[in-house]
Ligand binder design. Structure first.
Ligand code: N2P
Length: 357
């Protein structure tokens, strides 16, 4: 009953969240359009030239639409695939979608470029044998900030909870990541299934709620760039993209550690153009194309050959916040599917939002 009341309150509350949903609608295609590929990707997550280069090479038409979180992607597909051929779930969501039978098995004969991936990204924990997914980009969650407003460098999650930033913090609209980083900050496991520990993280955030300005669905970087907030918990590359135009912006992986993730290319069940989707996966795994994407979006490439051939810009390759050195990497943690405990995180998130109402 408590859960139903919370969900109802959240439904009312969400109407007042001041940031609109970034996902855009899929343009429907008829099954007769054979050389059409319906891609559903995160916003700001591809070099546009890659789309046109694929269309030219394969005489294909790409319908490209975007979403703002794994949760939005999951919600779109849970009731059945409305016609997408290719999606970009993060590792923990690949685990979930495999378990629920929501992904097609990849035909590796059509994806010989899988061999270009670094060994680390082959046979990863979320998809043993790469049966359903191929790594696309990887990165971290951290703090983007405006150094003019903070008055100095930041190196700790503590900054987020400083009362001087009252109403100045955007939190990425990703409940596992935000609760996960609070758990890391509190010295706990971000994959805990212990209700008391999850409650502790939620209570901590509720006590610090004065600083929260908004939950930003993949848009924290824009709010930061526009001066709407001083700090944004965001995905690494999204912050680097806006840093290119504003020298006052910074990105840090806090010293306590953070969440690291791998996003993948996968084919949802009943995709109308599976083979063309596999060709696209293979295309993005070509070293030049993979580098073109990473150099544009400022995330890290999992493509070993692209790195070895020096195709990644020098500045990105040497940036420790994009390719963290071992001493930073060892403090990063992956999120895993935590099964039935998911509902505990959902409830904690709902309670946090209701507390802000
Ligand atoms: C792209 C964000 C992708 C990173 N805007 C989240 N896994």
């Amino acid at each position: 009953m408590k859960r139903i009341i919370l969900l109802f309150l959240l439904f009312l509350f969400s109407a007042f969240i001041p940031v609109s949903c970034a996902s855009s609608p899929l343009i429907p295609v008829t099954p007769s359009e054979e050389n059409v590929l319906n891609i559903f990707n995160w916003s700001d997550y591809i070099a546009p030239e890659v789309i046109t280069a694929f269309e030219e090479k394969y005489n294909a038409k790409i319908n490209y639409s975007t979403y703002d979180s794994n949760e939005s992607l999951f919600a779109k597909l849970r009731g059945g695939n409305p016609g997408y051929d290719l999606i970009v779930p993060t590792g923990d969501y690949v685990e979930i979608m495999i378990k629920l039978g929501m992904l097609e098995k990849l035909n590796h004969d059509n994806i010989p470029n899988l061999k270009n991936l670094d060994d680390k990204f082959l046979d990863y924990f979320f998809d043993p044998g790469n049966q359903y997914s191929a790594a696309y980009q990887w990165g971290t969650a951290g703090i983007g900030y405006n150094i003019k407003e903070t008055g100095g460098e930041i190196d700790s999650w503590t900054a987020l909870f400083d009362p001087k930033f009252k109403n100045q913090v955007a939190l990425v609209e990703d409940l596992r990541v935000v609760l996960g980083l609070v758990l890391i900050y509190l010295g706990e496991d971000p994959n805990t299934t212990d209700p008391a520990v999850i409650e502790k993280a939620k209570d901590y955030l509720v006590r610090q709620k004065e600083v929260i300005s908004v939950f930003a669905p993949d848009t924290g970087q824009t709010l930061l760039e526009q001066g709407e907030v001083d700090l944004a918990v965001e995905w690494s590359g999204d912050i680097f993209q806006v840093m290119m135009d504003n020298p006052d912006l910074r990105y840090v992986i806090p010293k306590e550690g953070s969440i690291v993730w791998v996003d993948t290319l996968a084919i949802p069940k009943n995709a109308p153009h599976k083979e063309l989707a596999e060709k696209f996966i293979n295309f993005t795994l070509e070293p030049e194309i993979s580098a073109q994407i990473s150099n544009y979006v400022a995330y890290a490439t999992p493509n070993k050959v692209a790195l070895e051939q020096g195709l990644i810009t020098e500045s990105d390759r040497n940036n420790p916040a994009i390719y963290p050195p071992p001493e930073v990497y060892e403090r990063l943690q992956y999120l895993h599917d935590i099964g039935e405990a998911t509902i505990l995180y959902d409830d904690a998130w709902t309670e946090l939002k209701v507390s802000l109402w």
